[in-house]
Ligand binder design. Structure first.
Ligand SMILES: *[C@@H]1O[C@H](CO)[C@@H](O)[C@H](O)[C@H]1NC(C)=O
Ligand SMILES: *[C@@H]1O[C@H](CO)[C@@H](O)[C@H](O)[C@H]1NC(C)=O
Ligand SMILES: *[C@@H]1O[C@H](CO)[C@@H](O)[C@H](O)[C@H]1NC(C)=O
Ligand SMILES: *[C@@H]1O[C@H](CO)[C@@H](O)[C@H](O)[C@H]1NC(C)=O
Ligand SMILES: *[C@@H]1O[C@H](CO)[C@@H](O)[C@H](O)[C@H]1NC(C)=O
Ligand SMILES: *[C@@H]1O[C@H](CO)[C@@H](O)[C@H](O)[C@H]1NC(C)=O
Ligand SMILES: *[C@@H]1O[C@H](CO)[C@@H](O)[C@H](O)[C@H]1NC(C)=O
Ligand SMILES: *[C@@H]1O[C@H](CO)[C@@H](O)[C@H](O)[C@H]1NC(C)=O
Ligand SMILES: *[C@@H]1O[C@H](CO)[C@@H](O)[C@H](O)[C@H]1NC(C)=O
Ligand SMILES: [Zn+2]
Length: 311
């Protein structure tokens, strides 16, 4: 209860002092004809938790094929193509059924130099996993979906990756990282990656009923504003060692050019009036008796926090 109180007070009292894009390196992003990249509903964004609005429509999802180990088709660069006939997502206030076509990752430069695309109150995570889904009315054809000028054409599920010291925390990640050495050069494609792991094993441990929702875009050119974004609150815990393998194994172009693929994330974009929503916060039941000691402590906490904010 005290923890909750302190958190609430901190949010209330402390002015937002972080700089969301302080750690973002815009210069590494390729300069390609922007097309839609200068639009007003771009991704990623910094999620300001104090401004998130409750939305009771954000129910749980139904995932199909996420526990099937025969769905990974091939891996190329940062992207794994999936068997989109076997895999679907629905629910979670998405307008219909979506086919799951691929997932890919964004990273920085090892677990100590973060590379997630979305940030939460300015915090950038080491990596971010994106599961890309296309509305079933487009028959699994992304080009057709993007040509439709439909803001709900794609639904991307974003998962933050956080480092942990517990070795082999998420076993799916051992299978995934073991594939990296077979695709060191951009353009290399590795097939026959079936029967090793499942998508569920890569997002193990995350409460999938707790997420943020907003309307945005692809984070790579041509930046089409065609994405319903879902960003899960809880990160996936992956050992530092496995996280470090991404930025030390995969190269831009080819290994002989010796340019490692690092910092492959886009910086946060302006909200331009967009609202981020989330599940309605369930307030804890009021305790039967609030002791005087607690009240006194609260007052002290308020005073303490007020002064801390200005340090
Ligand atoms: C965005 O960029 C495109 C391509 O450069 C240009 O045609 C368009 O007018 C720009 N839109 C705005 C709102 O600046
Ligand atoms: C929830 O869904 C209902 C029915 O579709 C809609 O009228 C309402 O505006 C939605 N609420 C929010 C907060 O989006
Ligand atoms: C999700 O699956 C459950 C159980 O199969 C079903 O009752 C529910 O209607 C489904 N929800 C959606 C949105 O598909
Ligand atoms: C990434 O980190 C390594 C080791 O710390 C360093 O040598 C390298 O210069 C860094 N690369 C970039 C692009 O920052
Ligand atoms: C997607 O649709 C376009 C246009 O109809 C077609 O040219 C293309 O081959 C389709 N792609 C796939 C993967 O089916
Ligand atoms: C796309 O849709 C938006 C809003 O629905 C509209 O303003 C715009 O003109 C459309 N663009 C094209 C190329 O159809
Ligand atoms: C972690 O997994 C690797 C590869 O499967 C294995 O060699 C190693 O012994 C495991 N380490 C621990 C602490 O379980
Ligand atoms: C995967 O397992 C299925 C069923 O056991 C088998 O038919 C298929 O050949 C296997 N594929 C690979 C690439 O190992
Ligand atoms: C893949 O799934 C099949 C069917 O559920 C199972 O028999 C097999 O042991 C699984 N393979 C691995 C490597 O987990
Ligand atoms: Zn992405």
């Amino acid at each position: 209860m005290i923890v909750l109180l302190v958190t609430c007070l901190a949010a209330l009292l402390c002015p937002t002092v972080h700089s969301a894009d302080a750690s973002v390196d815009f210069t590494t992003w390729p300069k390609i004809t922007p097309q839609y990249c200068n639009g007003s509903k771009q991704s990623p964004i910094n999620i300001v938790t104090a401004s998130v609005q409750g939305n009771p429509n954000l129910t749980s999802f139904n995932f199909t094929g996420f526990d099937d180990n025969s769905t990974f088709r091939d891996i190329k660069n940062r992207r794994i193509r999936l068997d989109d006939e076997k895999m679907t997502v629905q629910g979670g206030d998405l307008p219909g059924l979506y086919n799951t076509i691929q997932f890919h990752l964004h990273w920085g430069n090892g677990s100590s130099s973060p590379g997630s695309e979305h940030t939460v109150d300015g915090k950038q995570y080491p990596m971010e996993l994106h599961i890309v889904n296309v509305h079933s009315k487009y028959n699994r054809n992304v080009s057709v979906a993007l040509a439709a000028n439909d803001s709900t054409a794609l639904a991307v599920l974003g998962f933050f990756i956080e480092g942990t010291n517990e070795a082999n925390k998420t076993k799916g990640w051992i299978s995934l990282t073991s594939l990296l050495s077979s695709i060191p050069n951009s353009g290399n494609t590795k097939t026959d990656i079936m029967n090793q792991t499942t998508l569920n094993s890569l997002i193990e441990g995350v409460d999938r009923t707790k997420y943020y929702r907003y309307q945005g875009s692809l984070t790579i050119p041509s930046c089409n504003e065609a994405v319903i974004w879902t960003v899960f609150k809880e990160p996936v815990k992956v050992s530092h060692d496995l996280i470090n393998r991404f930025s030390t194994t995969v190269f831009f172009k080819d290994a002989s050019a010796s340019v490692l693929n690092t910092n492959n994330f886009r910086g946060v974009q302006p909200l331009n009036g967009r609202v981020v929503t989330s599940q309605v916060v369930q307030t804890a039941a009021t305790p039967a008796a609030s002791s005087a000691a607690t009240s006194t402590l609260s007052v002290i906490t308020v005073l303490l926090l007020s002064s801390l904010c200005w340090l």
